[in-house]
Design a protein around this ligand. Structure first.
Ligand SMILES: Nc1nc2c(ncn2[C@@H]2O[C@H](COP(=O)(O)OP(=O)(O)O)[C@@H](O)[C@H]2O)c(=O)[nH]1
Ligand SMILES: [Mg+2]
Length: 360
């Protein structure tokens, strides 16, 4: 045996590839985190709930892995057709993933919305032998359950023996076709009070029934590398699914519209963020300049007046901010023209939503 074949001779690490769904309430930092993980801005960010309106794919590629992250619109009670389309996107994101990552704002205790999401997620969460078991009636994990029993339950589920189903009255609690491992990302640790760490961490672990978590700060980038390491443990071996320079499945056109919307969300408040949509109507390359014409839709004349501002100042500022980011995105100089139109009830109109690419 040649002596260079020792036990620690460097074997190339197996290439990993997989899909991770980011799930959580609006405004907890899912999009900020996604941008960090991908290393590029793929999802717009603001402090307004429901900033993300449709599923966004962000792809992180390195020599030995490729991970596709799905950023979902928050799961919440839909009141409008747009809201329903957003929830639908979040649900379909759960149809085929290797890992579910529940993102939350750790500076706050879980509220009703967290409990509702946990209830929705429960049927999708894989119960592996390391974990305790679910007390299905109470919807809580039973920490006293012996491990052997939990392994047996997992086995029964795998073999599709409906061992539990008779004792579970609510059909929603029954396992669907697919189950996924769950990882908790406890975000906004930078604003978590030191005396609340234990209480808050325990509350989320109990709610979601796992102790697999990482505290992060997406805005500061703290622990995002450690989070990535944890994610990688769940990723199966396999080849890349996307080209190595691909970082999203969104078109430059759609992302440009999103960047305009982001600047509006960041600069306005109250009803304007929800009443606004942006559509790129025209995209033309002239000489070495990309000429983009986009329309901003609002629902009321008063909203239009605010967005245009005195002597058009407001619109001009939005335009400049968005243009700079679009130029970075496409790596070209841009001429951005913005128009504001009133279109009553666009959120209720399926044709408009389709045109805006918010629904399929
Ligand atoms: N303090 C703090 N703020 C954060 C953190 N991550 C995100 N945010 C802020 O929270 C708001 C919502 O972020 P966003 O990524 O849009 O949340 P999403 O709705 O879950 O996608 C924005 O104002 C972010 O700047 C964090 O780690 N710490
Ligand atoms: Mg978002």
């Amino acid at each position: 045996m040649p002596d260079n074949l020792t036990a620690d001779s460097a074997e190339p690490k197996a290439h990993k590839a997989g899909v991770v769904a980011l799930i959580g309430k609006p405004n907890v930092g899912k999009s900020t985190l996604l941008n960090h993980l991908v290393g590029q801005k793929v999802s717009i960010v603001s402090n307004k709930p429901q900033t993300t309106r449709r599923r966004v794919l962000g792809i992180a590629t390195a020599i030995d892995y490729q991970i596709a992250f799905i950023d979902t619109p928050g799961i919440h009670e839909p009141h409008t057709r747009l809201g329903r389309a957003m929830v639908e996107q979040a649900r379909t994101a759960l149809s085929d993933v290797d890992l579910m990552m529940y993102v939350t704002d750790i500076s706050r205790m879980p509220n009703e919305e967290d409990k509702e999401i946990a209830r929705l997620l429960k049927p999708f969460i894989a119960r592996n032998s390391e974990e305790g078991t679910w007390n299905s009636e109470l919807g809580e994990r039973n920490p006293k359950a012996p491990k052997a029993e939990s392994a047996a339950k997992a086995k029964a589920k795998k073999a599709k023996v409906p061992a539990e189903s008779k004792s579970v009255p609510n059909s929603e609690l029954r396992a669907p076709n697919s189950e996924f491992p769950l990882l908790l990302c406890l975000n906004k640790m930078d604003i978590l009070r030191a005396d609340q760490v234990v209480e808050h961490v325990e509350a989320y672990c109990k709610l979601l029934g796992t102790e697999d978590y990482m505290l992060t700060s997406a805005t500061k980038g703290s622990n995002v590398d450690k989070l990535l390491e944890m994610i990688l443990k769940y990723m199966p071996e396999g080849p890349s699914m996307y080209a190595e320079d691909e970082f999203t499945d969104q078109s430059s056109r759609f992302m440009s519209a999103e960047l305009v919307r982001e600047k509006i969300l960041q600069a306005t408040r109250q009803e304007i963020p929800h009443a606004t949509a942006v559509l790129v109507e025209d995209w033309e390359v002239k000489d070495d300049l990309v000429h983009i014409r986009a329309t901003i839709f609002v629902e009321k004349t008063s909203q239009r007046a605010i967005l245009i501002g005195k002597h058009g100042e407001f619109l001009k500022r939005i335009g400049t901010q968005a243009r700079l980011e679009i130029e970075t995105l496409i790596g070209n100089r841009v001429y951005l023209e913005l128009f504001v139109k009133v279109r009553l009830d666009w959120r209720m109109d399926p044709r408009v939503l389709q045109e805006l690419e918010y629904s399929e």
